[in-house]
Design a protein around this ligand. Structure first.
Ligand SMILES: [Zn+2]
Length: 312
């Protein structure tokens, strides 16, 4: 798995309308990509179109066929008279986007006809590559699938996917985008089962209430079998999922009841080292003790499904 160098911040969220958490994104995401600069054309339009085609494949796969992305890309609009600023001023974020929006309108692209507008503003010199404001995305560098999957995730209402070695924050530091698997963190594999559940891409998942073995399938295809196992504790909720590609292992994430990610959905924290090994999953035969709860063992793991044992 490639670890994408992903730096994306969410800036200035107050007073910005964000989609209601927990609602499923529309099946057909219409995206307008506005390429706007003060004269430069730093990367070809065709490259941007190709990345959006790859994003569409990623999104269709991640959503189990329920969401696709259809992007229109403007030509380079090179008549901006000033370099864009990096955040909302007193006039709000719209003042940053307005010159590019007007340039797009002049070229025949009506931003109001799209679910999301991505503004590619390569002249902006900011401390971030991407930032999302409601359904408007600002990118300061050439887009990648990982960056777009991250920012579109925000437009869907997802918060950051965090990472930590443990959930005792006095002992283990919490990294804001530390999830090395999800694009909402620093990963590029796939959205987590927890995130897919928030987006309505997988149905409600079973709660573990008894000490027994459960069968689990990866959250990568439609299934009537569990695609995640959910454990409620007094401190928060654990989401356990099984991945068969590119590794076979059991992944643990924790949604802290005290977590405040508003206006986004509560963030999950990937446990980066559930064993002493430097990887965020258990392989067959390994166990992880959920604090104050079950001891969880991956007893079988095939390409299709896993057996997971819960003991007191
Ligand atoms: Zn972000």
């Amino acid at each position: 798995m490639r670890r994408a160098p992903l730096l994306a911040v969410v800036a200035v969220l107050a007073a910005v309308a964000v989609p209601s958490a927990g609602s499923a994104p529309k099946a057909n995401q219409r995206v307008l990509v506005v390429l706007a600069s003060t004269g430069a054309k730093p990367y070809p339009v065709a490259d941007v179109q190709r990345v959006f085609a790859q994003l569409n494949e990623f999104m269709q796969r991640a959503s189990l066929g329920q969401v696709h992305v259809q992007a229109d890309v403007t030509p380079w609009l090179t008549a901006l008279t000033a370099k864009p600023t990096c955040g909302a001023s007193a006039n709000g974020i719209d003042s940053v986007f307005e010159p590019a929006r007007r340039a797009a309108a002049g070229a025949g692209f009506d931003t109001s006809r799209y679910d999301t507008v991505v503004y590619e503003l390569p002249d902006a010199r900011c401390g971030f590559f991407g930032a999302t404001y409601g359904h408007q995305v600002m990118l300061t560098r050439e887009p990648t699938v990982e960056l777009l999957a991250h920012e579109l995730g925000h437009t869907f209402g997802l918060g950051h996917a965090m990472g930590a070695d443990c959930i005792d924050y006095l002992r283990c530091s919490l990294e804001d985008t530390g999830d090395t698997l999800s694009p909402m963190g620093s990963g590029s594999l796939d959205y987590s089962a927890y995130e897919k559940s928030l987006l309505g891409w997988i149905p409600a998942q079973p709660r573990v209430t008894a000490p027994k073995s459960y069968v689990l399938t990866p959250p990568t295809s439609r299934s009537k079998v569990a695609q995640a196992l959910v454990v409620d504790t007094s401190r928060g909720t654990w989401w356990i999922e099984y991945r068969a590609q590119p590794f076979r292992g059991l992944v643990f994430r924790f949604v802290d009841a005290e977590n405040h990610s508003a206006p986004y959905d509560p963030s999950a924290i990937l446990i980066l080292r559930p064993t002493k090994k430097a990887r965020p999953w258990l392989v067959k035969g390994e166990s992880f003790r959920i604090p104050l709860s079950w001891r969880v063992t991956l007893t079988k793991g095939s390409a299709k499904q896993a057996s997971v044992r819960f003991r007191p």
